[in-house]
Design a protein around this ligand. Structure first.
Ligand SMILES: [Zn+2]
Length: 222
């Protein structure tokens, strides 16, 4: 899975790093021996142009967490500048600690909207899907994932377009992003079905929600 941490998420983090360590987060990362291609970073919002170039030269990858960055008002990761510098870009959901559902296909839409707002129409829904698939596989150095091609791992997600939200859709791939797909009908991981007819076989969802909610309540009381 390579080395992973969250870096330069907020201006507050950059200030904290400067006060405690006397340097910016990327310098600290480099001092720890982590600035290289075996590392991928979540967020990467507040890097300057020089730092983005250094990330590209080091072949360090980043994961864009569009929903989290908007919920927490952290800022906007400069994804297109990153890619222009040679930084590999994937998508992430930053976990569920910010009252988020961690829905990956909704993250694709959020990334598309946020980056299109920043860079204009040069960002397409296909860019967002590329970050979610091939880009995310590149973050963790797994060339056998992220693309449908011979000899790759059989990881596939299938979506149906018969819900009201897709009614009257045009390009079906664009519809997944633009109309807001939120749930796969079927998912295959390594050649095995793990979601069928929108359900995970053998999983008691009500029991899972009950157990998880109780654990979250305990944590919130701490
Ligand atoms: Zn984070």
């Amino acid at each position: 899975m390579r080395l992973h941490t969250h870096l330069s998420e907020t201006e507050d983090e950059n200030r904290f790093c400067q006060e405690i360590y006397g340097c910016r987060p990327l310098d600290y990362l480099e001092n720890c021996g982590w600035l290289g291609e075996r590392t991928w970073l979540a967020h990467a919002v507040h890097f300057n142009a020089d730092e983005i170039a250094r990330l590209g030269r080091a072949r360090t990858a980043i994961t864009h967490c569009a929903c989290s960055n908007q919920v927490l008002a952290s800022g906007c990761c400069p994804v297109c500048d990153m890619e222009a510098s040679g930084v590999k870009v994937g998508l992430g959901v930053d976990g569920s600690a910010s009252n988020d559902a961690s829905n990956m296909i909704q993250e694709v839409r959020a990334a598309f909207l946020l980056q299109r707002n920043r860079y204009g129409t040069k960002v397409s829904h296909r860019d967002a899907l590329r970050w979610a698939t091939k880009g995310s596989a590149e973050c963790i150095g797994r060339s056998s994932l992220g693309e449908i091609k011979p000899r790759n791992v059989a990881d596939l997600a299938f979506f149906k377009l018969d819900e009201l939200r897709f009614s009257g859709h045009g390009d079906p791939i664009a519809a997944l992003v633009l109309c807001g797909a939120h749930k796969a009908d079927r998912v295959m991981v390594g050649g095995n079905w793990v979601v069928e007819d929108g359900r995970i076989p053998g999983l008691d969802i009500e029991q899972l929600i009950g157990g998880h909610s109780a654990a979250a309540r305990r944590l919130q009381k701490l």
